[in-house]
Design a protein around this ligand. Structure first.
Ligand SMILES: Nc1ncnc2c1ncn2[C@@H]1O[C@H](COP(=O)(O)OP(=O)(O)OP(=O)(O)O)[C@@H](O)[C@H]1O
Length: 295
């Protein structure tokens, strides 16, 4: 199912297995050997919920095969901005996005762009693992099935996606068992497999580790670094160490008080290489946040 209003989907790339110790993103060779083409160009983006101005005038770009982290104090609009990157905010009553979210040069909010196709190209993994009450196989096959993929191709897609999500070895003998019997960390990797089964180019992750223990978190972090060889990742995280460990670029958001309405609007304070944000940020607000003096 392709949308003529969107540029052609990327070709599928072969799966690569997880390596035991991932190289932190900022230590990988520049661009990781991949081209650094711009995937998103986010320009003058504002997001409103009814009359509430949640996020103001956001501008930054997301490069292919990089991990971009969105950090900042609670309520600064990280999740709101993330949801605006694949039109997930369309599903929130009263939400409105202004400005341009150009994906591969095309504004995803232009008339005629199919939001369902946008969400297939730009998948999303949520804070809390949300497997369907179905078998492991059917969870991963769900998306391809509803997109009309032939029955004969499903088993290969399920295996490939579970391998990419570093879950195959743990579940290959129990694909017919309920996904709800998996551990929290396994369920989150299953949700990642379910997302990548649709061969997206981008995976958005909204605090994917916040409900997991440190071991399961480390596993997902390894996985993210591995997945970035094939996918472009944007992650919201409360965990600054996580942003520092896995991401190439970091966007730091904060809030400004609107005197008249006594509400707070999220603003992008600084966007730069992750290493720079955590060592020599250019804005005092960023420095205060990353050194723990605020937030
Ligand atoms: N569905 C909604 N309707 C109305 N206001 C909303 C909605 N979702 C979020 N908001 C408001 O928008 C602002 C930004 O919220 P958002 O959840 O994007 O921030 P965040 O930085 O991701 O926060 P957290 O780190 O606590 O998850 C907050 O003031 C929040 O109350």
């Amino acid at each position: 199912m392709s949308d003529p209003a969107l540029p052609a989907a990327r070709p599928t790339v072969d799966s690569r297995r997880l390596t035991a110790a991932p190289q932190p993103a900022h230590q990988r060779a520049p661009g990781g050997g991949a081209d650094t083409a711009t995937v998103f160009d986010i320009a003058n983006v504002d997001v409103f919920y009814g009359s509430f101005h949640a996020v103001k005038n956001v501008n930054f770009t997301v490069a292919k095969n990089e991990i971009t982290a969105l950090i900042g104090p609670s309520g600064c609009g990280k999740s709101t901005l993330l949801r605006s990157l694949n039109r997930m905010n369309d599903l929130v009553p009263g939400a409105r996005v202004a400005g341009t979210v150009a994906y591969r040069g095309k504004n995803i909010y232009d008339q005629g762009v199919d939001a369902v196709e946008v969400r297939r190209r730009i998948g999303m993994v949520f804070q809390k693992a949300n497997p369907f009450p179905k078998s492991i196989f059917d969870n991963v096959a769900y998306g391809p099935r509803i997109h009309g993929v032939k029955r004969s191709e499903l088993a290969d897609i399920v295996e490939d996606s579970l391998k990419k999500a570093a879950l195959w070895d743990e579940v290959k003998d129990k694909l017919k068992q309920s996904a709800l019997a998996l551990s929290g960390g396994q369920q989150q990797r299953l949700c990642i497999a379910r997302t990548i089964a649709l061969a997206p180019e981008v995976v958005l992750m909204d605090e994917p580790c916040s409900a997991l223990d440190p071991i399961a978190t480390a596993r997902i972090e390894e996985l993210m670094v591995d997945l970035a060889k094939q996918f472009t990742i944007v992650i919201v995280t409360h965990n600054m160490q996580q942003a520092a460990r896995v991401s190439d670029k970091t966007a730091f958001f904060s809030t400004e008080v609107n005197e008249l309405s006594d509400t707070r609007t999220g603003v992008l304070v600084e966007f730069d290489d992750t290493q720079r944000i955590f060592t020599t940020p250019s804005d005092e607000r960023t420095e205060n946040y990353v050194t723990g003096r605020f937030g």
